[in-house]
Design a protein around this ligand. Structure first.
Ligand code: HEC
Ligand code: HEC
Length: 311
């Protein structure tokens, strides 16, 4: 009886901590942020556009800064020079048509600072303006044409890494993105494993120069994302990708407007690189349970045989 009472007390306090105290402390220190399910519901819908006209508009307005590999349009400058000019390397535009929500893409072209929720960095008093010009002087139908064109050239089945590179890779390094030791993702591209130390150092210097520019632009160096998924979990990543301000109020990190599918690909990539043994670990689970089952059978048989002699 006494043991039961002690057990009841222990259970009571454990449950109280689990359902009462911990969630309360958590809600005080990390307020829960709800995902809006990547709907971008506050942005106006985009009408179907004319692809041919959109192509003309993109070619004449956007390729001074952006490459479009799908059309063999090269970048006007290398990543380091681009960052020195604009603060960050403008991403390749080939696949944005499938990665981004169409409403977001149209809103971003019309007003990049507003759509990506960083207008507070570019106020009149700050004297700074977003490095990409706003195209709100164009007709909404012309912007819809550019969106239609970008959708027409975009690959539909992007790999997790392809989405990461376009959506995050210009700002965030990922030091565990490697197939062989010595490789990693940097903001200027994949660092290969160099045969000679001096080539490796020359590459690192380029990265440092790039990082200097981006620090000036963003006010802080975007952190390496190698361990972020393990540190903060999926929900944090989903919500910060959808709206960085929701998790880091006043942050310089822009919203990138990904669709839900594309956001999950980014998270998948971070899992593939930051926690590569997860699939192995998970597949081990079945074998472990099987082992326990077989072990239990043997244990029961053994117990029976031992007790038989004693009866
Ligand atoms: C003067 C240079 C410049 C021009 C011209 C320009 N852009 Fe950009 N664009 C940038 C820069 C710089 C960035 C990255 C900004 C950042 O990450 O803060 C960017 C980012 C983007 C993104 C990524 C948006 C996101 O949130 O994921 C898209 C899409 C884009 N531009 C489309 C266009 C289109 C379409 C045009 C032509 C109508 C265009 N840009 C013209 C400089 C330019
Ligand atoms: C234009 C540059 C830029 C892009 C693009 C960008 N980020 Fe960021 N990110 C930043 C900056 C700058 C910070 C630091 C913010 C701060 O400290 O206020 C940051 C912070 C973060 C953090 C918070 C890290 C922490 O320690 O809490 C996460 C997570 C993150 N970014 C994920 C992403 C993901 C995922 C993507 C792609 C979907 C992405 N970012 C795209 C600039 C960027």
């Amino acid at each position: 009886m006494r043991e039961l009472k002690i057990l009841a007390v222990v259970v009571f306090f454990t449950l109280l901590t689990y359902w009462g105290v911990e969630p309360f402390a958590h809600s005080q220190m990390h307020a829960h942020v709800d995902s809006k399910n990547f709907t971008y519901a506050d942005m106006p819908a985009v009408k179907a556009g004319n692809v041919a006209n959109g192509k003309e508009l993109v070619m004449s307005n956007c390729t001074a800064c952006h490459s479009i590999n799908a059309e063999n349009m090269p970048a006007p400058m290398d990543a380091v020079t681009s960052a020195a000019t604009y603060g960050v390397n403008p991403p390749d535009l080939s696949n944005y048509g499938s990665m981004l929500d169409s409403k977001y893409l149209a809103a971003f072209i019309a007003d990049p600072a507003k759509a990506s929720n960083v207008a507070h960095k570019f106020t009149a008093e700050s004297g700074k303006s977003h490095p990409m010009p706003a195209y709100n002087w164009m007709q909404p139908s012309e912007i819809a044409d550019m969106v239609a064109y970008m959708q027409s050239i975009a690959k539909k089945d992007l790999t997790p890494k392809e989405v990461y590179i376009d959506a995050c890779g210009r700002c965030h390094a990922n030091r565990y993105d490697n197939k062989v030791m010595g490789e990693k993702w940097t903001q200027i591209g994949q660092k290969p494993r160099f045969k000679y130390e001096k080539d490796s150092l020359a590459f690192d210097i380029q990265v440092l120069e790039y990082e200097d520019s981006i620090k000036k632009y963003m006010g802080t160096l975007p952190p390496d994302l190698a361990m972020i998924l393990r540190a903060k979990g999926t929900h944090f990543l989903e919500t910060i990708i959808e709206d960085p301000q929701s998790q880091l109020h006043g942050t310089a990190m822009p919203a990138v407007g990904l669709t839900k599918e594309a956001a999950h690909k980014v998270i998948q990539h971070l899992e593939n690189t930051g926690d590569p043994s997860k699939p192995v670990r998970e597949s081990m689970g079945v074998w472990f349970l099987l082992y326990m089952a077989v072990f239990t059978v043997f244990a029961v048989l053994w117990k029976k045989s031992v007790w038989k002699k004693l009866h």
